[in-house]
Design a protein around this ligand. Structure first.
Ligand code: PEP
Length: 249
C-alpha cells in the first residue's frame, strides 16, 4: 500500500455473483477515465476473488474479507491467506465487527491472522471500533486503543497494512459519528499505533468505515488523520463507489 495517497476499499460482504462482475467492468472503465490519485480496492466474497482480479485490471486491488491464521489443514470452510494470494488478492480485511461479533473473533486471533496475511504477502486491513453501548458510556477511545494494542502484531512494523476505524453502530445504519468524533478517534488510533509499532507507522493509512456514501465522503475524507474509507453497501454499485472515490480527490 502506498502510504501517502488515500485508500478507498469496498467490502462486498456476502453479496455478489458472477453477474456482479458487470459492476467491476463499469468501475474499471470509469476509473480509466477519471485517473484517480487514490488507491482503490474491492474485497468480494472468496468465490469472486479470482474472477474479480481478472476483471478489475491494474487500477483496482482485490482483497479477501478474512483468512485463517493457520497455513493449511483440516479447517472445513475456511480459507488461508496463501489461497487468497494465489487467487489474485493483494490485501485482506481482518477483524471486521461482523466477524468479531458473529464468529467470536478475539483481538489475539485477529493478530494471528494478520501475521498469517503478512507471511503470505497480503496487506492486512485491521478493523477496530466501539459498540453503541461503549460509545454512550464514553469509552470509544479506550476500547479502540485496547483493540489496537492487542490486534496489531509487532510483525506489522515496516510492512504494508492499514487500520480501519469502524464504529459498530455506524455500519449499515446510515448513522455516522460527527467529524469531530471521527477526528478524535483517528488521532487516538494513530497514537496507539505509534506506541505499539513505532514512528514508522506515522503515515500508515487509517480508514474510516461506517455508512460512507457519495454525499458524505468528501467531508469525512478531509478530516485530519483519515487516510481513506472502508465502504460496505455503497461499494456494490460502481456509480456509488465512484462517487466516494471522487470525494478522495
Ligand atoms: C463495513 O461493513 O465495513 C461498512 C463500512 O459497511 P457500510 O458502509 O454499509 O456501513
Amino acid at each position: 500500500m502506498i502510504q501517502t495517497s488515500k485508500l478507498i476499499a469496498g467490502n462486498w460482504k456476502m453479496n455478489g455473483l458472477g453477474a456482479s462482475l458487470a459492476e467491476v467492468a463499469a468501475l474499471r472503465a470509469a476509473l480509466a477515465e477519471a485517473a484517480p490519485t487514490c488507491r482503490v480496492a474491492l474485497c468480494p466474497p472468496a468465490t469472486l476473488v479470482e474472477r474479480m482480479a481478472r476483471a478489475a485490471g491494474d487500477g483496482v486491488e482485490i482483497g479477501g474479507q478474512d483468512c485463517r491464521a493457520e497455513t493449511h489443514g483440516a479447517f472445513t470452510g475456511d480459507i488461508s491467506a496463501a489461497m487468497l494470494k494465489d487467487a489474485g488478492a493483494t490485501l485482506v480485511i481482518l477483524g471486521h465487527s461482523e466477524r468479531r461479533q458473529g464468529h467470536g473473533e478475539t483481538d489475539a486471533l485477529v493478530a494471528s491472522k494478520a501475521e498469517a496475511a503478512l507471511a503470505a504477502g497480503l496487506a492486512p486491513i485491521i478493523c477496530v471500533g466501539e459498540t453503541l453501548e461503549q460509545r454512550e458510556a464514553g469509552r470509544a477511545v479506550e476500547v479502540v486503543r485496547s483493540q489496537i494494542m492487542a490486534s496489531l502484531p509487532l510483525a506489522l512494523a515496516g510492512r504494508d497494512f492499514a487500520v480501519a476505524y469502524e464504529p459498530v453502530w455506524a455500519i449499515g445504519t446510515g448513522l455516522t459519528p460527527t467529524l469531530e468524533q471521527i477526528e478524535e478517534v483517528h488521532r487516538a488510533v494513530r497514537a496507539a499505533m505509534i506506541e505499539r509499532l513505532g514512528l514508522g507507522v506515522a503515515a500508515t493509512p487509517i480508514l474510516y468505515g461506517g455508512s460512507v456514501k457519495p454525499d458524505n465522503a468528501r467531508e469525512i475524507l478531509a478530516v485530519p488523520e483519515v487516510g481513506g474509507a472502508l465502504v460496505g453497501g455503497a461499494s456494490l454499485k460502481a456509480a456509488d463507489f465512484l462517487g466516494i472515490i471522487r470525494g478522495a480527490q
